[in-house]
Design a protein around this ligand. Sequence first.
Ligand SMILES: NC(=O)c1ccc[n+]([C@@H]2O[C@H](COP(=O)([O-])OP(=O)(O)OC[C@H]3O[C@@H](n4cnc5c(N)ncnc54)[C@H](OP(=O)(O)O)[C@@H]3O)[C@@H](O)[C@H]2O)c1
Length: 326
Amino acid sequence: MEKRLFGKTGKYVTEIGLGTWQLGTVWGKPFNREEAMRILAAADEAGINFIDTADVYNGGESEKAIGDYMAEHPDRFYVTTKCGRQLKPHTAEMYTPEAVAGFIQESLKRLKRERLDMILLHCPPTPVFARDDIFAELDRQKKAGNIADYGVSIEKTSEGLQALDYDISAMEVIFNMFRLKPLDELFPAAAAKNVGIIARVPLASGILTGKFTKETTFGEKDHRSFNREGASFDKGETFSGVPYDLGIDCAEELKKIFGTDKLAPIAIRWILMHPEVSVVIPGASRAEQLQNNICAAELAPLSKAQMEAVQILYDTRLRQIIHSQW
Ligand SMILES: NC(=O)c1ccc[n+]([C@@H]2O[C@H](COP(=O)([O-])OP(=O)(O)OC[C@H]3O[C@@H](n4cnc5c(N)ncnc54)[C@H](OP(=O)(O)O)[C@@H]3O)[C@@H](O)[C@H]2O)c1
């Protein structure tokens, strides 16, 4: 698989990585370690060398599974993890240098590493993006050798622009055919500072696979049921913030534009058409999904007409409700 430079880390990462929020789980079901290990092995066999995780995914089990896999297969993956979401309440006041230092130690243990490749602040409250003490702690952790690099995961592009005042190496942001705002200001500003971009929620939580209909139902513990209006976390994380029925209508339009019902590889290919993106991280609840998603790496570049058709769909159906929110 093609590799891209990951910002100022100087590392080359595969343009498709693996998201592990749902590693080995169907939302709301217990963690399935065997399926998690199967997905990690499938990623490894497919040549993927980038994994995105977080301390809170599956209550720490995602990090532990990655740590166990890497204990057996060292140096296979560059691992980006995240911290902050353990704080309760999740407020700016709860962010302290000591808390961040503690989270790094915990992730080191779960991932069984002496140094984290990359740690991101996990969508903290907006004021944290201007907190000198937190970024100074990340600098200290880097000098101490506990982390190689650090960065931020963001909800709003304005937060990303603020974080560029600090020495971040990477930024994780929602970017997909339903979320075009990062192209305006954020990507050019990040590129100017050589900050790597991780594109998350590439399939708009599955809508951009083309597999859902307006009749599809989701389990009550699935965020696609309970977080549509942001009851638990930012609603932009669920279906990329697009109202469900509108998302289905747009996916149907995309099927016509691309002449296929199988949209997942196309949705990923669309993201890869943007050179500012270092790596795109589709999540997979089963190994077969991962195998389907990496087909995107083999697809020919999308045509100018196809790219324009996606832009028109966004401008006519989504821009008005999405663009100003994130
Ligand atoms: N705040 C943050 O920093 C943050 C927030 C969200 C996500 N993330 C990261 O970004 C990654 C990706 O985001 P995401 O998982 O929320 O959204 P996503 O990648 O847009 O969608 C993933 C979901 O789509 C379905 N899917 C994936 N591939 C498929 C395929 N080939 N065919 C059919 N269905 C397929 C699966 O759902 P079902 O099988 O259940 O239908 C899967 O759980 C996460 O794993 C996580 O690492 C970070």
